[in-house]
Design a protein around this ligand. Structure first.
Ligand code: NDP
Length: 237
């Protein structure tokens, strides 16, 4: 799938993992890609050079900085909100500040980023949130806050799809299952437990998730909106 015409795309959280695969794929397809990162400065700079894009240090948890950076970018053809954090643990023991920070990055930031981007987005623009199969299935303890944050994206996409539909802007969620990244390495200690829930018993590659994002951004997906597209090897089946 090649993106028709050159598109200007912003990927929030593009320095590592799934985000970097999305940056590479969209740049390969001909997009002009800007991406953000929080801490991985060197890797972000190397990736920007590799793809001929631009890296921007921007903490998604900083609402004011996020909104003003996006509004300052002018017209974006597509926004991909990939930046997300996973804090798991015993619900009764987890630090409430850590939970609120997770909600700020995983829920508040996608909302404010989408609205800021939509202000200047041209007709037919695209907004994609990276959710999780844990929005639909959380078969182990310790993931309530994370699962809730990813479930919120589904309601958000449905609502914003209605808000921006008149302009042909689509808003969707891509919900990966276990995907080999630093957040969830394919050789991690929970590997066998996770694979036991799957029909196809392996971690996905970031490139597989990126391919679905590229399709959603491309011209063939103009009638897909308010949807959650799951790519989880049957984890939630
Ligand atoms: P990683 O932890 O490997 O990478 C996270 C990326 O997001 C990095 O580029 C990181 O930047 C960036 N990021 C994190 N916090 C912030 C922040 N506050 N501001 C800006 N950027 C930030 O995660 P994955 O690649 O595994 O996950 C990407 C997305 O996919 C997340 O939303 C995650 O919830 C979701 N997901 C992942 C699954 C998996 O199995 N891996 C399964 C289902 C969903 P930096 O490098 O600077 O830290």
């Amino acid at each position: 799938m090649t993106i028709a015409n050159t598109k200007t795309v912003l990927v929030l959280g593009g320095s590592r993992g799934i985000g970097s695969a999305i940056v590479r794929r969209l740049a390969h397809d001909g997009a002009h890609v800007t991406f953000t990162y929080a801490r991985s400065e060197e890797r972000a700079a190397a990736l920007a050079t590799e793809v001929g894009g631009k890296a921007l240090q921007l903490d998604s948890g900083d609402r004011t900085a996020l909104i003003s950076a996006i509004e300052g970018m002018g017209a974006l053809d597509a926004l991909v909100v990939n930046a997300g954090v996973l804090h798991g643990g015993e619900a009764l023991a987890m630090d409430p500040d850590e939970i609120d920070s997770l909600f700020r990055i995983n829920i508040n930031a996608p909302y404010h980023a989408a609205v800021a981007a939509a202000r200047h987005m041209p007709e037919g623009g695209r907004i994609v949130f990276i959710g999780s199969t844990n929005a639909d299935r959380t078969p182990m303890p310790g993931l309530a806050a994370y699962g809730a944050s990813k479930a919120a994206l589904k309601g958000m996409a449905k609502g914003l799809a209605r808000d921006f539909g008149e302009r042909g802007i689509t808003v969707n969620v891509v919900q990966p299952g276990p995907t080999d990244t630093e957040m969830n390495p394919a050789d991690g200690e929970l590997r066998d437990v996770m694979h036991s829930f799957m029909a196809i018993k392996r971690h996905a590659k970031g490139t597989e998730v990126a391919a679905l994002v590229a399709w959603l951004i491309g011209p063939e997906a103009s009638m897909v909106t308010g949807a959650a597209l799951t790519i989880d090897g049957g984890f939630s089946a």
